[in-house]
Write a protein that binds this ligand. Structure first.
Ligand code: TPP
Ligand code: MG
Length: 280
């Protein structure tokens, strides 16, 4: 899968995020749009998975800890063929398996339940520890966020993973500088995140979370570390791809209305044309 194909999948995931949020009438826009490139890189390039066997015991595990960005997870799983894309329009509907925060459902590739920040990180540590005890080869990828690091539970999990040398645990942090109602640096400064992880004896890298080459290389580097867990701090633009949502924390937990949906899809279609012409 080349960069153009990855970019087009990410664009399609972003379009679906917008459509499903509009259809739901509630939900989170900024975080999901910002993480589309990372989810696509994982599911289309990096993970050892088989969508036709979602319970395969050797599969790599993806644990979403900042559960509120699940629209990007659902849209990527549908893009990869875990279920029909039509299901995406049932986001947040009663009885749907696509709730506003994830509910574990392996049939559709949803590996964990989350929403209360901090808890998914600990779940990932447990999954990675189980893999180590059982001498399994799978990797556990934990998706987390900068705002989530306000939770004390995260730091307990960080300490414990280093103590247990969970080298098959790879945490990817959505470093988008926003959280629920402001910029991270105003709510709870996080600028020394890299130093903090290093002090806790983790392998740490900082990358551009929209650059597929950097994402792929960082995961390959993380896999080459055998004595420590790995953390990838991915700098992302919240709302990426939709001009009026980018870098605005007001879009943390708000869906587009009809007019905004149309404007968003227009932006993403323009972007799609640009991806195609850049790769000609
Ligand atoms: C334990 C807990 N406390 C508070 C919340 C409410 N909450 C939901 S998202 C969020 C902000 C988290 O920051 P981040 O993940 O960086 O937000 P984003 O970048 O997606 O805007 C908060 C405080 C929660 N889900 N869980
Ligand atoms: Mg954030």
């Amino acid at each position: 899968m080349n960069i153009e194909q990855l970019s087009l999948h990410a664009n399609s995931v972003r379009e679906n995020i917008i459509k499903m949020l509009y259809s739901a009438g509630s939900g989170h826009s900024a975080g999901p749009l910002g993480m589309a490139d990372i989810f696509v890189a994982l599911y289309f390039k990096l993970l050892k998975i088989d969508p036709s066997q979602p319970r395969w015991s050797e599969r790599d595990r993806v644990i979403l800890s900042n559960g509120h960005i699940c629209p990007v997870w659902y849209a990527t799983l549908a893009e990869k063929g875990y279920f029909d894309k039509k299901e995406l329009l049932n986001l947040r509907k009663i009885g749907s398996f696509l709730q506003g925060h994830p509910k574990r459902n392996l049939t559709y590739g949803i590996e964990n339940s989350s929403g209360p920040l901090g808890q998914g990180f600990s779940q990932a540590v447990g999954v990675a520890l189980a893999g180590k005890i059982d001498k399994k080869d799978y990797y556990t990828y934990c998706l987390s966020s900068d705002g989530e690091h306000n939770e004390g539970q995260v730091w307990e999990a960080i300490m414990f993973s280093a103590k247990e040398k969970l080298s098959k645990l790879i945490v990817i942090i959505d470093r988008n500088y926003i959280q629920i109602d402001g910029f991270t640096e105003n709510v709870m400064p996080m600028d020394e995140m890299l130093d903090k992880y290093q002090a806790f004896n983790w392998h740490v890298q900082e990358i551009d979370g929209h650059n597929f080459m950097e994402i792929i290389e960082a995961v390959e580097n993380a896999k080459a570390v055998f004595d420590r867990p790995s953390c990838i701090i991915a700098r992302t633009i919240p709302g990426k791809g939709v001009s009026f949502m980018e870098n605005d924390f007001n879009w943390h937990g708000k869906p587009p209305n009809k007019e905004e949906e149309m404007k968003s899809l227009h932006d993403l279609r323009t972007l799609k044309g640009r991806i195609k012409s850049e790769h000609q």
